[in-house]
Design a protein around this ligand. Structure first.
Ligand SMILES: Nc1ncnc2c1ncn2[C@@H]1O[C@H](COP(=O)(O)OP(=O)(O)OP(=O)(O)O)[C@@H](O)[C@H]1O
Length: 265
């Protein structure tokens, strides 16, 4: 596994009816960085992620991975570089966990239906181990809990050996232990990562950089402590946010309260 740089230059996206959901935004991420995308419901997080994994073609601007415009790459080469773990649960219920993780190798095979080689098998075994899924390899997806399915989807994405990993709310469906495990895995992976996260404290804990969206506009980009200020979080999320120092861990923690006085945006 190796990490890629990500460059987003003047990228915007609008619906067919002309409603702009992502206003032009630019940022750059160095290889190996973890970017957290935060913002209220409907702010455009999923739409921005779709632009990063070549699902939406930008209305303006370009997305480049290691300097290459992702729309200049073939779909297959793009899939060798970028993998995504999405919110929607998969519909491949008839497949086993092992078979689904093996699907992650597809972009690396010659021709469709190519057989699984020794190297593919080795990688599949490694990711099953890494996600603690070995005991479930022969189980059908329909027989798994939501959290187990989520781990299978992360395993499939890692089997793809991407350089850039996109995750949309990866901790949905996960209990606290598995949330922590998936987040620690994300932090330790030698990949460039862009993930949306609703939990601002988790985001501050694992991300190097935070991108804050509000109504399709980038309203913050930088270190978590800077972007997730009390003032900015209060304004964008329409709450009273307070930053407190937790003892004995000596870490910052945001707490949220309904506003007593209205903020106007
Ligand atoms: N293809 C589309 N056509 C029209 N509207 C869309 C489309 N995709 C998303 N939207 C709308 O654009 C806005 C942004 O959606 P998006 O899913 O990107 O937000 P989000 O920040 O991921 O929200 P959430 O936190 O609720 O998941 C929402 O109001 C959504 O209803």
């Amino acid at each position: 596994m190796s990490a890629a740089s990500l460059t987003v230059d003047g990228v915007s996206w609008a619906t067919r009816t002309g409603k702009t959901l992502v206003h032009p935004l630019s940022f750059a991420l160095e290889p190996g960085r973890v970017l957290g995308i935060v913002g209220p419901n409907g702010a455009g997080k999923t739409t921005l992620l779709r632009l990063l994994y070549r699902y939406h073609r930008p209305a303006s601007g370009r997305v480049a991975v290691n300097g290459d415009d992702i729309w200049q790459l073939s779909a297959r080469v793009a899939a060798q570089r970028i993998a995504a773990v999405l919110q929607e649960q998969p519909s491949d219920f008839a497949l086993t966990v092992g078979e689904i993780v093996a699907l992650g190798r597809t972009p690396h095979r010659r021709g469709f239906g190519g057989s699984t080689g020794a190297r593919d098998q080795q990688i599949i075994t490694q990711v099953l181990d890494r996600l603690d899924l070995h005991g479930l390899a022969d189980r059908h997806l329909s027989a798994l809990s939501g959290g187990e399915r989520q781990r299978v989807m992360v395993a499939r994405a890692l089997a793809q050996e991407p350089h850039l990993l996109i995750l949309d709310e990866p901790t949905n469906h996960l209990d606290i232990r598995h949330q922590l495990e998936v987040l620690q895995l994300i932090r330790d992976l030698p990949l460039t990562i862009a993930t949306s996260l609703h939990d601002l404290n988790l985001a501050a804990g694992i991300c190097d950089t935070i991108l804050m969206l509000d109504a399709g506009r980038m309203v913050g980009f930088g270190a978590p402590q800077t972007v997730l200020s009390e003032v900015a979080v209060s304004r964008v999320f329409r709450v009273d946010a307070r930053r407190e120092r937790l003892a004995p861990s000596n870490t910052d923690h945001l707490s949220f309260h309904l506003q007593t006085q209205g903020y106007t945006s």
